[in-house]
Design a protein around this ligand. Sequence first.
Ligand SMILES: Nc1ncnc2c1ncn2[C@@H]1O[C@H](COP(=O)(O)OP(=O)(O)OP(=O)(O)O)[C@@H](O)[C@H]1O
Ligand SMILES: [Mg+2]
Length: 424
Amino acid sequence: MTNFAFEATGPGSVAAHRIGTAITGPVTVLPAELLNSARDVQAPAGLSNLPPLPLCLGRADALARLRGAFAAEPGQWATGTATVQGLGGVGKSTVALAYAHWHRRDHTVAWWINAASPAHIEQSLAALALRLIPAWAGRAAIEERAAWAMMWLQWHPGWLLLFDNVEDPADLRPYASAPDGCVIATSRRAVGWPAAVPVLALGVLDLAEASELLCQHVLGETAPTPRQLQEARALAADLGRLPIALEQAGAYLAQNPTIGIESYRRKLTAKLDKASDGHDPERTVARIWRHTISTLTERNPLAVSVLSTLAWLAPDDIPVDLLAPTADDDTDDVHEALGLLRAYCMVSLTQDTVSVHRLVQTTLRNQPTLGGAVPAGRLAGWPAGSRTAAVRRGRPAGRTTELRPIPRLGAAPPAPRRARGHHS
Ligand SMILES: Nc1ncnc2c1ncn2[C@@H]1O[C@H](COP(=O)(O)OP(=O)(O)OP(=O)(O)O)[C@@H](O)[C@H]1O
Ligand SMILES: [Mg+2]
């Protein structure tokens, strides 16, 4: 052998003169019988974890383009990858979810994946394994379950996977190149996608759709008068036709029926410096938020305190009983506050979890009056380690903010509430 010096630095590096097989990085090895089970296990009919079908106005074009991204030969399953990209709150997750529901029957399995980080993706795939092979998966480690799910997906074409909120396009690479099914990703990221992946840039709603969405939230089934329609168009235009802004403004007006659309618009625009605000979604939401928050402060200050706590947690499926009451309130007060926040579209609730839209969280955290620091009161009882894991600021990049490992803190069980789905 020639006398060379070999050097390898950094995680996963390999240096060698001659290599037979080299494996770097974390590898999960599954025994042969599990590999066979990935081939043999059949999915129950209609297997899916999709959140409920959302209201999705307009978007016919985006839905048709998604459909077009998935080519299928006659008698074959459709395959392909597409990314829905756009501003926060523009409706990316809504379009992806609507597509999944409308084309549910074209796929064997439809699986919604929180793709905020590789760890989140692994967790969602592990959950798929749990549904397919519960006896083994119930005892297996998360990475084993996720590896098994990947094997299963390779053996059983025809599925639809939705990777929601992809932060880094590189995270999608293991799943998106030449898939045996259909992959839809949603992301705010405009660049960094492989050239072969079609990127659908989702814009704001057109003015007619935007004012219709506003009217639906304000008036429900009641048809707007011509004047209301005109006012709704003006407000929708001021809000940049951004769905999340329209939804929240509509929720405010529905909760305060004596306030007219036009007078609400004037109050909002009075605070607006058009030149600097533009249509930055965070600023648009901030304007609505400031208005809503002053009303909430009058009606129920506890709601504002709960919301400012929620702004610092992982956004989805926060267990309600983690919101410990303080000395000044009790569990029922916390539940009432959550009910009010839901009425104003600031949060969505299920029986025992609460979710906050990511854009609302960012906006809240950036408000100097409330968001400047992690609120101490409601988090004070949490063990220091759990608190660090749950609080977003200062979290190392890619680290999960899942709240599941945090122990129950509230003493009393949550009161029953009506279920409502959420996605963001
Ligand atoms: N076409 C639509 N019709 C009715 N409501 C919509 C529509 N699009 C979005 N919405 C509503 O607007 C809000 C924001 O939508 P969504 O969560 O899909 O945005 P997003 O682009 O995924 O945002 P983010 O980048 O923050 O994840 C949701 O509450 C949703 O219900
Ligand atoms: Mg989203």
